[in-house]
Design a protein around this ligand. Structure first.
Ligand SMILES: C[S@@+](CC[C@H](N)C(=O)[O-])C[C@H]1O[C@@H](n2cnc3c(N)ncnc32)[C@H](O)[C@@H]1O
Length: 210
């Protein structure tokens, strides 16, 4: 059976030839995050950047963007599209839970649709790492998909001890998905650190936190 790395690697090998997109839902929340919390030339980490749709948006607005993802194909896609569009950015292949930057390196971090694609333990480590690499005043933007996403495919998944789904067959084989309830997100992030908690049009959860 393929693992999560292999699932995402093959996903981005296909996506590499796709024109990368920014969904309106995410464009809106990035736009607001940028307006409210970033300044011109902010140094921003896009953690689990995928093929770079969000990194590209932020770079187009003048941000100094760094992307991290564990998938080689995703990093390759980011580098290519930044080169093609003459955008400035740096991309590194690494795990979400071991960010290869020193403390306080970034003014802000984003992690879009990714904390719910790892185990709870890994998501906790990723949050710790994002806080470590952003400055004390740095804000973090997180999104989580609607908890009922892909409910029609539940029979293709096994439930791990922490409640994370592991897809063991079908098109998502290898992918992890944790169906976080709102209260579980608040618990994961820490109530006192949540600055805002909003819903996207498709029911995704958009959180700004410290
Ligand atoms: C749903 S995609 C979101 C990608 C991107 N943030 C976006 O909004 O387009 C989830 C991403 O998480 C990455 N990912 C999953 N597990 C990871 C891990 N343990 N370490 C680093 N990246 C991981 C995948 O490679 C994939 O790029």
């Amino acid at each position: 059976m393929q693992n999560a790395y292999e699932y995402w690697e093959s996903h981005f090998k296909t996506a590499e030839t796709d024109p990368c997109y920014t969904s309106p839902e995410h464009a809106t929340c990035l736009e607001r995050f940028q307006k409210d919390y970033l300044h011109e030339r902010s140094r921003i980490l896009d953690l689990a950047c995928g093929s770079g749709r969000n990194a590209r948006y932020l770079a187009q607005q003048g941000g100094d963007v760094y992307g991290v993802d564990f998938t080689r194909a995703a990093i390759t896609a980011c580098v290519r599209s930044f080169q093609n569009q003459s955008l400035k950015g740096a991309f590194i292949q690494a795990g979400i839970d071991a960010i290869p930057f020193c403390n306080d390196h970034f003014d802000a971090a984003i992690c879009v649709a990714a904390l719910d694609h790892v185990t709870v333990d890994c998501a906790q480590k990723a949050l710790f790492e994002m806080r470590r690499v952003t400055t004390g005043k740095g804000m973090i933007l997180l999104t989580f998909d609607h908890p009922q996403t892909d409910d029609d495919k539940l029979e293709q998944a096994e439930v791990l001890q922490d409640g994370t789904l592991l897809f063991v067959r079908g098109e998502y084989q290898g992918m992890l998905f944790r169906r976080y309830q709102d209260s579980e997100i608040v618990q994961l992030v820490g109530k006192e650190d949540v600055i805002s908690f909003e819903y996207g049009k498709k029911g995704s959860r958009i959180i700004v936190c410290r």
